[in-house]
Write a protein that binds this ligand. Structure first.
Ligand code: FAD
Length: 223
């Protein structure tokens, strides 16, 4: 099975193999690997030569797990360090960024006052645990119901109805995008605090110019 993501000026490709089969693939040789790719995606015929050595191919061993505790005194694990995600859905970066925003929001204040104790770190884990578990559960479901079936057969499978619909009506592809980006408790930066901070940092002359602009009379009132 070959997954391809259009990244604008390049295609990110994932050649999916059963766990533990990497050595077997290598032993068959690079030429056989290139041929396997072209068999699955003939449009890559003149591109596979870009794979000059095994160094051009990265093995991503799929794991879905998470730490029981993400913290120790003075240490907080977030992103991949706290939870290994499956590549299904390409969500690793989303979760890592959401973790980082949640950690920044929770830690910024306590760190300023030197009060970032273990309870604060535990709060970050509590806050991020549900989205992590829910996403991992969805990935395992997709793995068992879909990918497992595809990998165990040489037949071309019929994609499930939602995928066929998304392929026919591209606008629907926004729905999984929304779901992936969705967070049960939105990890947004506190707008008011940010705006107030910006106001404080704004050079004085800008502030004066703004006041001028607000109090300036409309052109029609000038004689
Ligand atoms: C081949 C591949 C393809 C992927 N494709 C996708 C995708 O399409 N979409 C998606 O969402 N996710 C994808 N992922 C997963 C995604 O990259 C990760 O989930 C995400 O980068 C996790 O972010 P992170 O900040 O937790 O860790 P990382 O991005 O790994 O950041 C950790 C950083 O720490 C640095 N570091 C490590 N050790 C030390 C040290 N001792 N001292 C100082 N710095 C150190 C590393 O150099 C690195 O910069 C992919 C992963 C791989 C391997």
């Amino acid at each position: 099975m070959l997954g391809m993501l259009d990244r604008g000026d390049f295609l990110q490709c994932a050649f999916v193999i059963p766990k533990g089969a990497a050595e077997k693939v290598r032993q068959r040789g690079l030429e056989a690997f290139r041929a396997d790719i072209v068999e699955l995606a003939p449009l890559l015929k003149d591109r596979v030569t870009e794979l000059r050595s095994w160094d051009d191919i990265k093995l991503l061993t799929v794991k879905v797990d998470r730490l029981r505790e993400w913290y120790r005194p003075g240490l907080l694990c977030i992103g991949d360090a706290a939870h290994a995600m499956s590549p299904i859905g390409g969500v690793g970066i989303n979760l890592a960024i959401q973790d980082a925003v949640a950690a920044a929001n929770r830690l910024a204040g306590p760190l300023r006052t030197g009060q970032a104790g273990i309870e604060v770190l535990a709060d970050v884990q509590r806050r991020r645990m549900f989205p992590t578990r829910a996403t991992q559960r969805m990935q395992i479901l997709a793995q068992n119901k879909l990918l497992g079936r595809v990998l165990s057969s040489r037949e071309l499978p019929t994609p499930p109805l939602p995928m066929r619909l998304m392929s026919r009506f591209p606008l629907l592809q926004r729905i999984p995008g929304r779901i992936v980006g969705w967070d049960s408790v939105p990890s947004t930066l506190p707008h008011r605090t940010w705006a107030q901070q910006r106001q404080r940092e704004r050079p004085q002359k800008w502030a004066k110019a703004d006041i001028g602009a607000r109090t300036r009379k409309p052109a029609s009132a000038l004689t």
